[in-house]
Design a protein around this ligand. Structure first.
Ligand SMILES: NC(=O)c1ccc[n+]([C@@H]2O[C@H](COP(=O)([O-])OP(=O)(O)OC[C@H]3O[C@@H](n4cnc5c(N)ncnc54)[C@H](OP(=O)(O)O)[C@@H]3O)[C@@H](O)[C@H]2O)c1
Length: 337
């Protein structure tokens, strides 16, 4: 088939293009080309979705499948549908579990209540300042895609995507840190759900769905695992022999200024109580529709290999520096498990 990836130069969209090339499809990627290269075997058509009529180079071309990863812009999605919608046999829009209004309840499926749609675009800064805007814009995008494509549309509400190529440094912090051993500060929330999905598994499902014409709205998430079990599994898989996980209470982490989830001085994947259901979504429908997951041990090994290629001593986007961790563990509040 001829597949168009709106993107293709970064993480998920790159993995989608690579998977489609591997399966022998004709792959066109449309991006500015500033985030990276498209996979070997794919063609880059340079477009800028910020520009008026930015998708003009693609107008009039028929595609068997289109994959749009527009992160946070309703106008981008609406414009793509206008230019390409009627000529596409199948359309995948990559959405997010951030569409759900309730982030506390675990086990929600695709019928759960959503944020009110926001038909706008937003900058990265606005996204940080207005946490619900991301989900609200995704809701509006989903609605537009369904309205235009109906039975030809696949909506993937993705959870945390991990694996080679992830530049967020979130999940990679844990295999990287634990591989070095010693006393490792971990949030004392062993029961908190975590839920990650390997980028290659998600990409393979999206390409396969295009081949088979699978439509509908699905939670594209991995199996949910308590944080304590995930950390133990990482220790078993890649941990240095002297690894000692040291749980640190949430009160102590707060006092020490350690951030949740992502960013500098954070403990990645730790979420506040009001988000405890965020990594516990139901994926029954996606699995029935063909989404598969490689063993988490394989994900951990591959992520560590990727981390080593990037350099374990680099300045990270997320996690604690060795000095921050040492300082945290010097103060009272961390009890060995
Ligand atoms: N990462 C996660 O854990 C996570 C979780 C849930 C959902 N998601 C969703 O998954 C998707 C992630 O997509 P991704 O991994 O491919 O990464 P991405 O960082 O969203 O990049 C997507 C592509 O957009 C292109 N792009 C950016 N600005 C552009 C412009 N002005 N004109 C044309 N193209 C432009 C980039 O290429 P150039 O810069 O080269 O133009 C890149 O190829 C998003 O929809 C996100 O909301 C992610």
């Amino acid at each position: 088939m001829r597949i168009l990836v709106l993107g293709g130069t970064a993480f998920l969209s790159h993995a989608v293009a690579a998977d489609a090339v591997r399966r022998g499809h004709e792959v066109v990627c449309a991006a500015r080309g500033t985030s990276g290269n498209v996979p070997e075997g794919a063609t880059l058509v340079k477009v800028d979705r910020h520009a008026p009529d930015g998708l003009a180079p693609l107008a009039g071309i028929d595609f068997d499948a289109v994959v749009d990863v527009a992160t946070m812009s309703y106008p981008w999605v609406r414009e793509a549908l206008r230019v390409l919608g009627t000529r596409a046999r199948h359309w995948t829009f990559v959405s997010s579990i951030n569409v759900y209004a309730d982030a506390v309840t675990a086990g929600q499926n695709e019928d759960a209540a959503l944020h009110e749609p926001a038909e706008s675009g937003a900058s990265a800064l606005e996204r940080i300042e207005h946490p619900h805007l991301y989900g609200a814009i995704k809701v509006a995008c989903e609605n537009a895609v369904r309205a235009a494509l109906d039975e030809r549309a696949l909506i993937v509400r993705s959870g945390l995507i991990v694996g080679p190529g992830d530049v967020s440094d979130r999940f990679g912090y844990w295999p990287a840190r634990i591989s070095r051993g010693g006393r490792v500060a971990v949030p004392d929330v062993p029961e908190q759900p975590t839920q990650v999905l390997d980028v290659r598994d998600l990409a393979a499902w999206i390409v396969g769905a295009g081949e088979q014409g699978i439509a509908g709205t699905y939670n594209g998430v991995g199996p949910s695992l308590p944080f304590g079990n995930l950390l133990d599994l990482i220790v078993k898989t890649v941990g240095a022999p002297d690894t000692d996980l040291v749980p640190v209470s949430e009160e102590h982490l707060d006092r020490a200024g350690v951030q949740v989830w992502r960013g500098p001085k954070s403990l990645p994947l730790w979420v506040p109580p009001e988000d405890r259901g965020f990594m516990a979504h139901d994926h029954t429908r996606a699995v029935a529709a063909g989404l598969t997951h490689r063993p988490i041990e394989d994900v951990v090994r591959d992520v560590l290999a990727h981390e080593r290629r990037l350099g374990l001593d680099r300045e990270r986007e997320a996690g604690l520096t060795p000095a921050e961790e040492a300082e945290l563990l010097r103060k009272p509040g961390g009890e060995p498990r």
